[in-house]
Design a protein around this ligand. Structure first.
Ligand SMILES: Cc1cc2nc3c(=O)[nH]c(=O)nc-3n(C[C@H](O)[C@H](O)[C@H](O)COP(=O)(O)O)c2cc1C
Ligand code: SF4
Length: 438
């Protein structure tokens, strides 16, 4: 199959193309199953549609949600999804990706409480909310890295501007996670996510084969920080625990990847089972890192580079990895990834996969930006409106990568098109400067 953009007007056409790449994706014409609720140890998730964490890079300097941040969550809540997985929230100041990232601390707890109250008020289904706790590691302000990595070093640190985080600093950081989990509970979140993906710090530790000491080298050591943190939160905070996990890095020799960067999933299977035993209630799967291989992380029709594979293959990979995760767990709930590129048929894939036991919930990222009330349409009309869907153009990702406020440039134009134009203008000006310097 050549690179093939989305061009399907029926489930039949889509099914036939996917069969052509040897992918029998269950696509159901009946979306009723998406209305079913689920239970965790402490809470109810009112339906099977999840909004993935989507950073808008629009927090106030003090880490609190701005009016724009609140607008995003108001729209998600009013849209009817049963689970809202809030975007990355830093647990310590230096671990912020930039000064527009959310940062939860004692001094600003009240603002997070207000955000959760707002979400609950705007929704008519009492959505389950997850706080994605993060330290951005090599992509953070402090440039603290788990270990050197040739490929990632080139896109994240400069030779004299980074530090390998010490074991003692990691032990201190666990207390920051614990503290943030306590604050998240106070703010009203139903769960905390010990974020371990996209090669931010914890995901970097999973791949730190060349790190010395108790957090590097062997499987036991590389997974120690995540497991210890989960145990600490479990022992001290009465809140559900979730993990957004890179099921593989797609980087040669990285976490759960072979020397060609292909999935080698023995360690991931072991880790998710261990996390389940430790009491993790939800696993949200993802892969790779947007800084190196965004086509693996979010299959697209248009983006920064022409991917080496058609987006259909990327969707097949993510949805198959979702099934792999579900097949390896007994009780923990799985939030699947890979639905947005399928446009309106994402609803049919979500329903089919749940009916066939491939996943428990279907997570939508870009679709939430583009069409925040897609869940409501699915519940009320049985389908999504194709004139409102995400077209996988990658412009929201471009905004975020350039540290601009991020949202849907296509379907939320009034707000985000001017920001995108500003970015284009800046790029043009840079080109002019470079050509004058030449
Ligand atoms: C602008 C933007 C911001 C994102 N922010 C986060 C984030 O804060 N945390 C996270 O785990 N993933 C983040 N992601 C990744 C998405 O959650 C999701 O995994 C990805 O977009 C693929 O899902 P989709 O095909 O439904 O969009 C972000 C993606 C984009 C495009
Ligand atoms: S800008 Fe909008 S249409 Fe384009 S990928 Fe992002 S959410 Fe989808």
């Amino acid at each position: 199959m050549k690179n093939k953009k989305f061009n399907y007007s029926s489930l039949k056409e889509l099914r036939s193309d996917l069969n052509g790449i040897d992918f029998e994706l269950p696509l159901s014409g009946n979306t009723e199953v998406l209305k079913n609720q689920l239970k965790t140890e402490r809470n109810i998730i009112p339906n099977r549609i999840a909004i993935h964490p989507m950073e808008g890079a629009d927090a106030n300097d003090d880490g609190t949600p701005s009016e724009l941040t609140k607008r995003r969550y108001k729209r998600f809540a009013a849209g009817g999804a049963g689970l809202i997985w809030l975007e990355a929230i830093a647990v310590d100041k230096g671990g912020r990706a930039n000064s527009s990232q959310l940062f939860l601390n004692k001094a600003n707890l009240a603002k997070f409480k207000e955000l959760i109250t707002l979400i609950k008020k705007e929704s008519d289904c009492n959505p389950y909310t997850v706080a994605q706790l993060t330290h951005s590691g090599r992509f953070g302000e402090n440039k603290l890295i788990a270990a050197r990595d040739k490929k990632l070093d080139s896109v994240s640190i400069s030779e004299n501007d980074f530090q390998i985080i010490t074991d003692a600093e990691l032990e201190q950081l666990q207390l920051d996670y614990l503290n943030a989990a306590k604050l998240a509970k106070e703010a009203g979140f139903e769960a905390v996510d010990i974020k371990s993906c996209h090669r931010y710090l914890l995901s970097g530790l999973l791949a730190a084969k060349n790190r010395d000491g108790k957090y590097g080298g062997s499987y036991e050591n590389r997974t120690r920080f995540l497991k210890e943190t989960v145990k600490k939160v479990k022992a001290n905070v009465d809140i559900d625990i979730a993990v957004r996990l890179n099921i593989y890095d797609a980087i040669a020799g990285g976490w759960a990847a072979d020397e060609d960067g292909k999935p080698e999933l023995k360690e991931s299977a072991r880790l998710i089972r261990e996390l389940e035993e430790l009491g993790v209630q939800l696993i949200n799967i993802t892969a790779s890192t947007p800084y190196l291989k965004p086509h693996v992380n979010r299959p697209y029709d248009n983006g920064g580079y022409q991917p080496p594979e058609p987006p259909q293959i990327g969707v097949k990979r993510l949805l198959s990895l979702t099934k792999f995760t579900k097949d390896n767990l007994e009780n923990a709930l799985v939030v699947g990834t890979g639905f947005s590129w399928l446009r309106q048929f994402g609803a049919n894939a979500a329903a089919g996969m749940i009916e066939e036991g491939w996943t428990d919930l279907a997570g939508f990222g870009r679709q939430g930006f583009a069409y925040p009330d897609f869940a409501r349409d699915i519940f009320e009309k049985g389908e999504m409106d194709k004139s409102k869907v995400c077209i996988s153009c990658s412009k929201c990702a471009e905004l975020k990568a350039n540290k601009k406020k991020a949202g849907c440039v296509i379907r939320d134009q009034e707000l985000y098109l001017p920001i995108y134009r500003e970015l284009q203008q800046e790029r043009q000006e840079k080109e002019i400067v470079y050509s004058v310097e030449e």
